[in-house]
Design a protein around this ligand. Structure first.
Ligand SMILES: NC(=O)c1ccc[n+]([C@@H]2O[C@H](COP(=O)([O-])OP(=O)(O)OC[C@H]3O[C@@H](n4cnc5c(N)ncnc54)[C@H](OP(=O)(O)O)[C@@H]3O)[C@@H](O)[C@H]2O)c1
Length: 449
């Protein structure tokens, strides 16, 4: 007992009976699970946990003849035999490609997955022009179009393998005030996506949904619930044609524009912040996690599933303390259409839910869906399982929140810096310095910051 032992690479090599060079190679291949500490002299020091992981890797690679990719998936708690997506052969249509999710999806696609092409599909040419300045047009293509226009969607999807449907009207008050518009974009738009994808023979379609679609209390949520339902049922139209439709469902992306963090930051300048109800809890998801969830969904999807990320919760009061310690708090009462806690999986859905390390999968409950080959090793959840932000087993405490808020601010600064440096042809470090300096950004770029 007492202090846990730390091992030198030589000791690890002897324990595992594999050469040091192999351990170094595994460290590169499994960088997200093996992270030895470094001494001042840059010597590696492995913990017991590292050793356990390395033993598991040796077991899988040497004795069970698993490939590196399969081993990675097993270590992540996933299905080893899942068919790998060959990204360099995929042409993706991304509706809403100029939105917060869309831009981050493109960034990760270009940095990590390198597909053959991503076709951005959205209405506003200025946003597309701005994206073109940053990401170029080698892999990304820019299609002006509205999801209400089925013909245009059909043309945009010709020859595509995958569709990620992120376009939506998503501001709760604006959907309440313009209900027919919300229906046309979020529901009829979803129907057009389904029809076009089946007509041109797209293989997989993943649509983005929200916690607000669960027991909806506002029109935005209700339109997203309809969209979810028709995506799931869309599989019964495509049947023999082979197009498969699935959804991902997650809650507020906390750091995004209009979310609570920027609001608190702005309010704290006055020494006072507003909170609707002190009991409120929320899930915490980053854009990275949202994009990775869509990637997992694309790998697993057999049609009809709803993928929900396994993410921590936070108490709104802890977030206030992390962002604006010492500020006065005004409690203004819960707003219409607001919930105390987010629900991502209801009790009815819980009965059909299985769990992998990073996500829950709500499986469809229809007779057309019998083949469960991708889900054989998922863990079945108990019958009364629900997933709501107040009953989560993982919580972010004030210190975790402080760290995450700092990280989300610096990620925002970095993407602004990359964007501005392209516009102004300035070195990215210079722009970052400007963002963080007292003077701020030059006048001409203020509109983009
Ligand atoms: N942000 C969140 O916290 C959150 C949480 C859960 C789920 N979601 C879901 O995730 C998806 C993406 O959200 P986001 O945060 O990226 O939204 P966003 O930043 O508001 O972006 C919306 C995108 O959709 C496009 N769009 C809107 N109406 C369109 C139409 N009729 N035809 C074609 N394109 C249209 C917009 O471009 P144009 O205006 O130029 O057309 C924009 O590219 C949405 O489905 C949303 O419901 C978001």
């Amino acid at each position: 007992m007492g202090e846990s032992h730390e091992y030198r690479i030589q000791e690890v090599s002897e324990k595992l009976e594999v050469p040091i060079s192999t351990i170094r190679y595994w460290e590169v291949e499994f960088a997200d699970v093996i992270k030895p500490k470094r001494t001042d002299g840059r010597q590696r020091r492995y913990t017991e946990r590292d050793l356990d992981q390395l033993m598991q890797i040796r077991e899988l690679l040497h004795f069970k003849n698993r490939s590196i990719a399969q081993t990675r998936r097993i270590l992540k708690g996933g299905n080893a035999d899942l068919e790998q997506i060959q990204w360099d052969r995929q042409t993706i249509v991304l509706t809403g490609g100029t939105g917060s999710f869309g831009k981050h999806f493109c960034k990760l696609m270009l940095e990590k997955y390198r597909p053959r092409a991503v076709r951005i599909y959205s209405r506003d040419e200025l946003k597309q022009h701005e994206m073109r300045q940053i990401y170029g047009e080698e892999v990304l293509r820019y299609f002006i179009g509205d999801v209400r226009d089925g013909e245009r969607l059909r043309r945009a999807m010709e020859g595509a393998d995958i569709v990620v449907h992120a376009a939506a009207l998503k501001q709760v008050p604006s959907c309440e005030y313009n209900p027919f518009e919300a229906v046309k974009t979020n529901i009829l738009g979803a129907e057009n996506i389904i029809d076009a994808a089946i007509d041109v023979g797209v293989k997989k379609v993943v649509a983005l949904s929200t916690d607000k679609a669960v027991n909806p209390v506002n029109l935005y949520g209700a339109t997203k619930l309809c969209a979810e339902k028709i995506f799931i049922q869309g599989n019964s139209y495509s049947a023999a044609r082979g197009t498969r439709f699935s959804c991902v469902r997650y809650g507020n992306v906390i750091g995004s524009r209009g979310s609570v963090i920027p609001v608190f930051r702005e309010q704290m300048k006055t020494g006072k912040i507003t909170i609707t109800d002190e009991r409120m809890t929320r899930f915490w998801i980053t854009l990275d996690q949202a994009v990775e969830l869509v990637i997992s969904a694309l790998s697993y999807a057999q049609g009809g599933e709803i993928y929900v990320p396994k993410i921590p919760s936070m108490r709104i009061m802890d977030l206030a303390k992390a962002i604006a310690p010492g500020c006065k708090i005004d409690f203004i009462g819960i707003r219409p259409g607001e919930k105390l806690h987010e629900i991502l999986i209801t009790e009815e859905e819980g009965r059909n839910t299985i769990f992998y390390k990073d996500m829950y999968v709500i499986l469809p409950n229809y007779t057309w869906w019998e083949d469960r080959r991708n889900y054989k090793d998922g863990q079945k959840m108990p019958d009364d399982f629900t997933y709501s932000s107040n009953k989560n087993s993982e919580w972010l405490e004030i210190d975790d929140l402080k760290k995450l808020v700092r990280e989300s601010a610096s990620a925002e600064d970095q993407s602004t810096a990359a964007f501005l440096s392209t516009l102004h042809r300035l070195n990215e470090k210079t722009v970052l310095k400007m963002i963080n300096s007292e003077e701020g950004l030059p006048e001409t770029s203020a509109q983009y910051s």
